[in-house]
Design a binder for this molecule. Structure first.
Ligand code: OGA
Ligand code: NI
Length: 349
């Protein structure tokens, strides 16, 4: 017999998991549709690695060869590990520690942040939208809009300060990557930054917590999806669970120490006119350790019309129509329940 709690009453899977112990999980969490043996582990070590210090190198040859690597990583995987990004290990550890403390706060302390809709500045919740969905996902989240204006919970003490520093550092790294990506598409270095209004763009800072799950092969942390922005930069607390889809197979992501995990998003697929596909990924579970991921989605200005870069359309037809990022974001938030990509709404033909 599954737990007595009715699943839609679960407001925190962390709290539920702690009280449920090793009992079977509610059937509304049975959502793993693709078998785990679909995982191609031999591909895990082929995930591209980009050295950020080479990308920003003043040596033109080193820079150019890294831009070339970036082009291949984005075109073939939409995914890479970024080393030597210059964000200190200490800062990353502090943000992770405070993130853990936040999720450990008693539920009453987090009530003031309860999710009130996608463009609310600070929202805490579980799964995606427990009252509206048929299937639930085994994760709790804190999602904060940290750019263009900085918001953050005022507790635990010190969290806001380290989160601010981390948010800005990540933004700087994402900005440099977009410069390299522009060059890799044969565009002017600042082209994507300018056309997407990146410097007044959106950043969502998500802190996911995946408690141990007694039946990790039945539930998932996050179902297959792509991210809506340009680039997502992720770190985790040393516990694996992220998988990316590559050549039709799921691949486990085993990060290098202190690296950032980067994936391309829907808006980059549109801007690159389909050259850099927005990669599908998901989060799977384990029955031993709590996993925390810090996921920073970096997107365009919400009021900018986004579409294929004009520089690319000199030589090819557009594959996507242009749409204001705000409208795209809203569509994407709705369609992700239907296992559809928001990109289907703007694809031409
Ligand atoms: C996300 C995401 C993966 C993870 O939050 O969009 O893909 O490993 N997270 O938490
Ligand atoms: Ni994602």
């Amino acid at each position: 017999m599954a737990s007595a709690a009715s699943p839609s009453e679960i407001t925190s899977i962390k709290a539920f998991a702690e009280s449920n112990g090793s009992s079977p999980i509610p059937f509304t969490y049975h959502s793993l549709t693709e078998p785990r043996d679909d995982v191609a582990d031999h591909l895990a070590c082929s995930i591209p690695v980009i050295d950020f210090s080479h990308l920003t190198s003043h040596d033109p040859q080193i820079h150019a060869s890294t831009v070339h690597q970036l082009a291949n990583a984005c075109a073939q995987w939409g995914f890479f590990l970024l080393t030597n990004h210059g964000i200190s290990e200490k800062l990353m550890e502090e943000v992770m520690e405070k993130s853990h403390e936040f999720h450990n706060l008693p539920l009453e302390e987090k009530e003031e942040f309860a999710d009130k809709g996608p463009l609310t500045a600070i929202r805490h919740g579980t799964s995606f939208h427990p009252q509206a969905e048929k299937l639930h996902y085994w994760r709790d989240y804190l999602k904060v809009i940290t750019l263009p204006q900085f918001n953050f919970p005022h507790k635990p003490p010190g969290y806001k300060e380290v989160a601010f520093e981390y948010s800005r550092k990540i933004r700087g790294v994402a900005r440099e990557l977009l410069i390299g990506i522009s060059e890799s598409l044969g565009l002017d270095a600042e082209s994507i930054i300018e056309s997407t209004g990146f410097d007044s763009g959106l950043q969502i800072f998500a802190v996911n917590l995946y408690p141990p799950c007694p039946e990790p092969d039945l539930a998932v942390g996050l179902p297959p999806h792509s991210d809506h922005g340009l680039l997502t930069l992720l770190t985790q607390n040393g516990i694996g669970g992220l998988q990316v889809k590559h050549t039709g197979k799921w691949v486990n992501v085993n990060p290098l120490p202190n690296c950032l995990i980067v994936n391309t998003g829907d808006q980059l697929e549109a801007v690159s006119n389909g050259r850099y596909k927005s990669v599908m990924h998901r989060a799977v579970l384990n029955n031993r350790d709590t996993r925390i991921s810090l996921v920073l989605v970096n997107g365009p200005d919400l009021d900018k019309e986004i579409g294929p870069a004009l520089g690319l359309l000199e030589k090819e037809d557009p594959l996507f129509k242009t749409m204001k990022y705000r409208d795209y974001f809203e569509i994407q938030q709705m369609t992700r329940f239907a296992y559809k990509s928001g990109l289907d709404e703007i694809r031409l033909n």
